[in-house]
Design a protein around this ligand. Structure first.
Ligand SMILES: Cc1cc2nc3c(=O)[nH]c(=O)nc-3n(C[C@H](O)[C@H](O)[C@H](O)COP(=O)(O)OP(=O)(O)OC[C@H]3O[C@@H](n4cnc5c(N)ncnc54)[C@H](O)[C@@H]3O)c2cc1C
Length: 575
């Protein structure tokens, strides 16, 4: 049977950073990275805009912390934010030493661009392909360590738990369909977010919340799941992201009258220069709500994929666009047939990021012994109720490294692999997959259930929310879970059975969707990305708390835990 000291599920930015940190902790450890896609195809590769860290003399760790906490509408744990901003600069310098080619100013210093909700230019970038270069640097660095082995194109289907501790995972080898137990002293979940529970998202097809569901089913709570970020500028139809960097370089958002409408929502006055936290550089939750209000006023365009506004880059000129935003030009040309040098780009809000996730402490530890989580799948929580753009890539580095080190130390203290009957547990899992999916003769179809789930999520827990539609969504999701028990697959083959993968992913998405909808229904206030028309104000008396969704057979049970406040007492969030 396969056995590793530290097993990382996920080969994206967080997973690779965690694996490297574990390898550096001790040369006695065997470390594995298991990933359902080849690591370089993880969603991190598609990050465009940049990664935030204090690098300049006009900036300060406290400014970064305050912006993050303010942007998160005071739901961030401030001890986590302090650790985050402190360790960020060393992490991005380390990444450069590993080969990440940060864009530079003429004087040789790394460039920093403004980003939404930040008061100082602090977002490092590699043109508008930051995630690609970061993931490359991490991947090639991981190859240096012989003690890091990889299981590429393996799908983790469940965690092995014995005596209240995790002791490995069961995974499906997609190459041959074998269901294999893998023993591990410590497991780090780095499986990314789950934007695919919504119909319209910037997220890759693989972002189905698998790791959240695995931990949730094993009894670990999911924290702050109601906070789902919409990004204000996705392409209609595909949902492909047009990075915030296009606004930080000076792009304008205009309604159908060619008017920069953000000035009507307290974000003005408009200028030609990007101004911190104003106009197009306001935070994402506010900009997404402004879009919906423009739509309600009849001031957006209507197209085959619904309402949209214009992102106008023409005044930046071809030279700036080609140097700073080459990927934006490529995406606009290829996917909407528009050259941003001469035409504005149609954009609308799209689901982009999940602030919530597996509840961890600042070392990535969960409530289950030996289980850690980092990256978008985890909720530490740095991002609170609304993440500021460019903080996620930094979070992968800081908390990926922290989780890697903590898991390594934990594994070093556990001398032997558990001698319990892992093979038996794994054979039970094999039977479950067979009975539930491969041999099931049900008539329900994956695509139908998935589509209905996505529609229910957009209807009930989209940008604006209220009780009646959320209750309806919760009910619909429960019904879909029941229908899911009766699915049938047409493909029963063992080799690269993509239909089986789709079923496993949908199973995870239904759990994650329920956690989101129930957490949202229970939070009777508006905070950050969670906006309720029936409770329009923030309510610190009742809800300055993290929600925790715990799995029960009847659906999620919601409880609350305190928010850690260190130096920044809650105040009104105004821009
Ligand atoms: C288009 C786009 C642009 C973005 N731009 C920025 C930006 O400029 N700045 C910023 O800060 N943030 C940005 N973000 C957010 C940020 O990129 C992500 O939050 C971050 O990259 C997530 O990294 P991760 O390592 O947590 O997960 P991912 O990179 O998503 O990796 C997840 C890994 O888990 C594996 N996995 C998942 N499920 C399983 C399973 N069941 N079994 C085995 N393996 C599994 C996958 O194979 C993959 O390797 C962007 C996001 C998107 C979608």
């Amino acid at each position: 049977m396969l056995a590793h000291d530290v097993l990382v599920i996920g080969g994206g930015g967080a997973g690779l950073r965690a694996a490297i940190a574990a390898a550096e902790e001790s040369d006695r450890l065997s470390i594995a990275v298991l990933s359902k896609v080849y690591p370089m195809r993880s969603h991190t590769v598609s990050a465009e805009g940049g990664t935030a860290a204090v690098m300049r003399e006009n900036d300060h760790l406290d400014f970064h912390a305050k912006d993050t906490i303010f942007g998160g509408d005071f739901l961030s744990d401030q001890d986590a934010v302090e650790a985050f901003v402190e360790e960020a600069p060393a992490e991005v310098i380390q990444l450069e030493h590993w080969g990440c080619p940060w864009s530079r100013d003429p004087d040789g210093r790394v460039s920093v661009r403004p980003f939404g909700g930040m008061t100082v230019n602090r977002t490092l970038y590699a043109a508008d392909k930051t995630g690609f270069h970061m993931l490359h640097a991490l991947f090639q660095t991981s190859l240096k360590y012989e003690r890091i082995v990889r299981h590429d194109e393996w799908f983790a289907t469940s965690l092995l738990v014995e005596d209240g501790k995790v002791c490995g995972v069961v995974a499906l080898n997609l190459h041959d369909g074998q269901v294999c137990p893998i023993a591990a002293k410590a497991v780090i979940i780095c499986t990314g977010g789950g934007g695919r529970i919504f119909p319209f998202t910037t997220n890759a097809a693989i972002k189905t919340g698998d790791g959240m569901a695995l931990a949730y089913r094993a009894g670990v709570a999911l924290k702050d799941m109601e906070f789902v970020q919409y990004h204000p500028t996705g392409l209609p139809g595909t949902g492909i992201l047009i990075t915030e960097a296009s606004r930080s370089e000076g792009g304008h958002l205009k309604n159908k009258d060619g008017y920069r409408y953000l000035q009507d929502y307290g974000l003005g006055p408009p200028t030609d220069e990007p101004v911190h936290r104003k106009m197009e550089l306001g935070p994402r939750d506010i900009l997404s709500r402004c879009h919906i209000q423009e739509y309600q006023k009849g001031r957006t365009f209507e197209g085959p994929y619904g309402h949209y506004v214009h992102l106008d880059l023409r005044h930046l000129g071809e030279k700036v666009i080609d140097k700073q935003l080459p990927f934006v030009r490529e995406l606009a040309r290829n996917y909407v047939g528009i050259d941003p040098v001469s035409e504005p780009i149609p954009v609308r809000p799209v689901v982009h990021y999940m602030m919530g996730g597996i509840s961890t402490d600042i070392h990535g530890r969960t409530s289950l012994g030996g289980l850690y989580a980092a990256g978008e799948v985890a909720c530490v929580s740095v991002n609170g109720a609304n993440r500021l753009g460019s903080n996620s890539l930094t979070e992968l580095l800081v908390f990926g490294a922290r989780a890697g080190r903590a898991a390594a130390r934990y594994a070093l203290e556990r001398p032997v692999f558990p001698s319990n009957p892992l093979a038996k547990i794994a054979s039970d899992e094999r039977r479950r997959l067979d009975q539930r999916f491969l041999r099931a003769a049900g008539r329900e179809r994956i695509a139908d259930i998935r589509e209905e789930m996505q529609k229910a999520m957009e209807n009930g827990v989209g940008i604006y929310r209220e009780r009646a539609t959320m209750e309806e969504t919760c009910k619909t999701l429960r019904g879909l879970c029941e229908r899911f028990a009766h699915i049938g697959l047409a493909d029963r083959d063992a080799v690269f059975n993509t239909e089986l993968i789709a079923a496993l992913e949908l199973d995870c998405m239904l759990d994650v969707a329920e956690a989101v909808a129930h957490s949202a229904l229970a939070r009777e206030e508006s905070r950050g990305a969670h906006t309720r028309t029936d409770f329009p104000k923030r309510d610190d008396v009742r809800f300055l708390q993290h929600s925790l969704a715990t799995h029960t057979p009847e659906g999620p049970r919601i409880t609350y835990a305190p928010v850690t406040i260190t130096r920044w007492p809650p105040e009104e969030r105004k821009y």
